[in-house]
Design a protein around this ligand. Structure first.
Ligand SMILES: [Zn+2]
Length: 83
């Protein structure tokens, strides 16, 4: 079993938090999270964002600027790791 890179872990994280990640990939990601502080932090941040989003009224779509800010944050994190 390969431990995924941070980039790969981020891709998996999105499915992981929505419960769509299964089997081998899930195990890989959990292994990575145990060993990688930055991805662990990212997971916490992502979960927090989701719980904030869920507090919004159901009929309100995710504001585009909110989604843009989230993407921006992800990119900033990724750039930091690539240094
Ligand atoms: Zn990582």
């Amino acid at each position: 079993m390969n431990i995924p890179s941070c980039q790969h872990a981020i891709d998996l994280l999105l499915d992981y938090v929505s419960g769509e990640l299964s089997g081998e990939h899930r195990a890989e990601l959990e292994l990575h999270l145990q060993q990688c502080a930055c991805c662990h932090t990212y997971l916490e941040t992502y979960r927090l964002t989701i719980s904030m989003t869920r507090q919004l009224p159901q009929e309100a779509p995710l504001p585009p600027e909110f989604e843009a800010r989230l993407l921006e944050m992800v990119r900033a994190l990724q750039e930091e790791w690539e240094r």
